[in-house]
Design a protein around this ligand. Structure first.
Ligand code: IPD
Ligand code: CA
Ligand code: CA
Length: 274
């Protein structure tokens, strides 16, 4: 295993152990609301601090972008940036729903190069290094071989924070429901992406994600032979927060399915920016 991935795995497992301990007594946790429907607990913060401590110790010169504490710049410019979601699926966690994970990705000169996603409830460790494949625990994983849209199982996330996208999302959802074998919304985007890599879903789409939701999972999909991009197949998903991922044949069909909605979506984003 690449030494940087190895360090990230240690950090993800430590954070996972901390999350597991806290899950036995959720009632005791202090929970605050960042925005409507956006919660953070002391567990998110403690898990993030633990991850950063481990990464910092091993790589003091690397930059870090973490969901709860933001950007940590080293004293001089670094080629490396770690992207951390200490607890993806906080809402599930706070309700005792066992669907959440730790996600750590590494960019090298802006290119995704290492990724780990750890599900502490099932002890499932997803790892990927650029050019070396993706693994679930010690087993190599690959995207599914599904070719027919009507047989494809699709994962998604609802736009529950930015409600301005809800209407257009629901129109996409209707079309997906009509044309595929089914749609699922488990509630932890980083795991959703890993499930595409593992062939559990044939594709996934969501609007309104952040880089820490996607960095590790996106590498996992690429290394498992899948495709990941923006809803139109473009490269900028880490910036736009709109992601489409899937096994190649299904990915291509979903680009066509989503195409009619993209004009309206772009207009909504433009109106919001002006
Ligand atoms: C959220 C989860 C959820 C997705 C949201 C994310 P968080 O992350 O991944 O599935 O729909 O958009 O923000 O806040 O639990 O880390
Ligand atoms: Ca997240
Ligand atoms: Ca989170």
């Amino acid at each position: 295993m690449h030494p940087m991935l190895n360090t990230a795995v240690t950090a993800a497992r430590r954070a996972g152990a901390l999350i597991n301990r806290a899950s036995t007594d959720i009632g005791k946790l202090t929970i605050t609301s960042k925005k409507p429907r956006d919660f953070v607990s002391e567990v998110d913060r403690a898990a993030e601090a633990e991850i950063i401590k481990i990464l910092r110790k091993a790589y003091p010169d690397h930059a870090i972008l973490a969901e709860e504490s933001g950007a940590h710049a080293p004293t001089h410019k670094s080629e490396y940036q770690w992207i951390i979601d200490p607890l993806d699926g906080t809402t599930n966690f706070l309700h005792g729903m066992p669907q959440y994970c730790v996600s750590i990705g590494l960019l090298h000169r802006g290119v995704l190069s290492q990724g780990v996603v750890f599900d502490p409830t099932r002890d499932e460790l997803f790892t990927a290094s650029r050019g070396r494949g993706a693994f679930l625990n010690d087993t190599r994983i690959r995207c599914s071989k599904t070719t027919k849209l009507g047989e494809a199982l699709i994962g998604t996330g609802f736009p529950f924070r930015e409600l301005k996208h809800l209407k257009i999302y629901l129109a996409m959802f209707e079309e997906m429901t009509r044309q595929t074998a089914g749609v699922r919304r488990p509630g932890a985007a980083a795991l959703d992406l890993c499930y595409v890599a593992a062939g559990r879903y044939d594709a996934f789409w969501e609007i309104g994600l952040s880089p820490w939701d996607m960095a590790a999972g996106a590498l996992m999909i690429r290394e498992a032979g899948g495709l990941v991009g923006d809803l139109d197949g473009g490269e900028r998903f880490m910036e736009t927060g709109r992601v489409l991922a899937g096994t190649p044949k299904i990915y291509a069909q979903l680009i066509s399915l989503l195409e009619p909605f993209l004009g309206k979506l772009a207009k909504l984003s433009k109106d919001a920016a002006s």
